[in-house]
Design a binder for this molecule. Structure first.
Ligand SMILES: C[S@@+](CC[C@H](N)C(=O)[O-])C[C@H]1O[C@@H](n2cnc3c(N)ncnc32)[C@H](O)[C@@H]1O
Length: 283
């Protein structure tokens, strides 16, 4: 079912695909308003890792879906993202919080491969497929090395990415999938949502198109690009090790269940790998 892709087109779509889906924070918040299990997972993880409140660095924090509950739990959170729209959504959300909670959140504009945040952190997180916006081995390696540089001794990096679904990847790119009707919170208009995608199996990149069509057929349709790098589990473990980290815990959902063939997500908790001891050479 896959069709041949022009590599120049893939490169153009990769940049747009890490930005367009995040250009409307109100729509993003509406689309993912029922996604709660991952928030509970990251809150429980913080409780397990800290004896009391701790310092958390959050990469790709977006509009603060996970940031705010963590701050409400008493943690200090430094939230980094590259999207101006998502960060202004987060700042607006922070402005409505009680001052004691708001004061625990710092919002920074930054990029996954080059970010820098003050201090060291016992927990760094990247929730909800954030690392799927790193499209090459070099980009993932750069990001993981920035993470390692920000980890306090004994600290952990927790993130989730999807488990590649072979049936989904090979869906017909010409059909519309997941068609749903909703009211767009930004425009107030009745809208049909649907998606389709091409998959580049060499670079392991899914080029997703999200269609927003007015139900009354009046006015233009909108097509939003969302581009995701797919990671296979054994590959991901090797990439993590290459950056000097090790997978300490691995789950297949947000309920601490095992990663198996029924899983939708790969949820990893990584720690810094112990440096290898040099073995004495025999003479
Ligand atoms: C799926 S959203 C997740 C947002 C938030 N973590 C959540 O759980 O709702 C991915 C986020 O990653 C951000 N992002 C994508 N590429 C990025 C990059 N190269 N550097 C920094 N942030 C990036 C997007 O702007 C977006 O806010």
């Amino acid at each position: 079912m896959a069709r041949k892709l022009d590599q120049k087109l893939v490169e153009d779509l990769v940049d747009a695909g890490s930005r367009e889906h995040y250009s409307d924070a109100a729509l993003y918040d509406y689309e993912y308003r029922r996604r709660r299990a991952d928030v509970t997972f990251y809150r429980e993880l913080a409780t397990r890792r800290f004896e009391g409140p701790g310092r958390i660095l959050e990469l790709g924090a977006g509009s603060g879906r996970v940031t705010v509950p963590l701050a409400r739990d008493g943690h200090e959170v430094v939230a980094i993202d590259q999207s101006a729209a998502m960060l202004s959504g987060l700042r607006a959300r922070v402005a409505k919080l009680p001052p004691a909670v708001a004061n625990r959140i710092s919002v920074l504009s930054g990029e996954l491969c080059t970010f820098s945040a003050p201090g060291k952190y016992s927990l760094v997180i990247a929730a909800f497929n954030v690392l799927e916006h790193l499209y090459t081995r070099g980009e993932l390696d750069a990001c993981l090395r920035r993470v390692a540089a920000h980890l306090a001794p004994g600290g952990a990096f927790a993130f989730d990415v999807q488990l590649p679904d072979l049936a989904w990847l090979s869906r017909d790119p010409n059909k519309r999938w997941a068609k749903t009707r909703f009211t767009d919170p930004s425009t107030g208009r009745a809208t049909y949502y649907s998606t389709n995608h091409d998959y580049d199996p060499v670079n392991q990149i899914a080029l997703i198109r999200i269609y927003y069509d007015p139900v009354d057929g009046k006015g233009p349709s909108r097509i939003v690009k969302l581009t995701q790098r797919k990671y296979f589990p054994a590959e991901l473990e090797a990439l993590v090790a290459h950056a000097g980290l090790r997978v300490a815990e691995r789950y297949g959902d947000f309920f601490w269940g095992p990663l198996d063939s029924s899983a939708e997500s790969q949820v990893l908790v990584c720690e810094r790998a112990e440096p290898r001891r040099k073995t004495a050479r025999r003479r």
